[in-house]
Ligand binder design. Structure first.
Ligand code: IMP
Ligand code: MG
Length: 171
């Protein structure tokens, strides 16, 4: 299958540094827990965490699945791996690869919100606003993209292409 490059590795790097500066300022002198949403966010979280000058971040992961076919979600969200960390009173930053229908993120925000964190924010590398079915707040969005299925930099199609260093449209 022919991939159509959409966002280059250089553009991603620039966005990651931009976010790192914003987050360094925002959480200066504060405690911070980065919560990566598996598996798609693994490169983004890793690059972002290393770009930040803040040296005492903690990292945890959560994995959810929304049953459906490979290209669209069913709207039913299940926790497959929960956090290891108690987030009560903590500053939590959810790190996502993409907000598509918004179903996953709305669910995560609600779930983690009930655990009474001190603050709860979201940074997502990508967003497909046109595909949104559930309104959900996303404090930081890297790139708004058109409503196409994309792969690379953590995003997969049937578990493939996660290793691409850039984002491409899967025709
Ligand atoms: P949502 O619940 O529809 O917002 O999307 C949830 C998840 O579906 C995202 O975190 C991704 O893991 C996956 N997803 C949505 N759109 C794409 C895409 O274009 N390519 C690969 N994965 C996607
Ligand atoms: Mg995801």
């Amino acid at each position: 299958m022919e991939l159509e490059p959409l966002i280059t590795a250089g553009q991603i790097r620039a966005k990651v540094s931009e976010f790192a500066k914003i987050l360094d300022d925002l959480y200066e002198g504060e405690d911070l827990l980065l919560v990566g949403v598996l598996k798609g966010s693994f490169h983004f979280l890793s690059d972002l965490a290393r770009a930040m000058e803040k040296q005492d971040c903690e990292v945890d992961f959560i994995q959810v699945s929304s049953y459906g076919n490979e290209k669209s979600s069913s709207g039913v969200v299940q926790i497959r791996k929960d956090l290891d960390t108690n987030i009560e009173g903590r500053n939590v930053l959810i790190v996502e690869d993409i907000v598509d229908t918004g179903v996953t993120l709305a669910h995560l925000r609600e779930l983690l919100g009930t655990r009474r964190p001190k603050s709860l924010r979201v940074v997502s590398l990508l967003s497909k606003l046109e595909a949104r079915k559930v309104a959900t707040a996303v404090e930081y969005i890297g790139f708004e993209i058109p409503n196409h299925f994309v792969v690379g930099y953590g995003l997969d199609y049937g578990e493939r292409y996660r290793n691409l260093p850039y984002i491409a449209i899967l025709p």
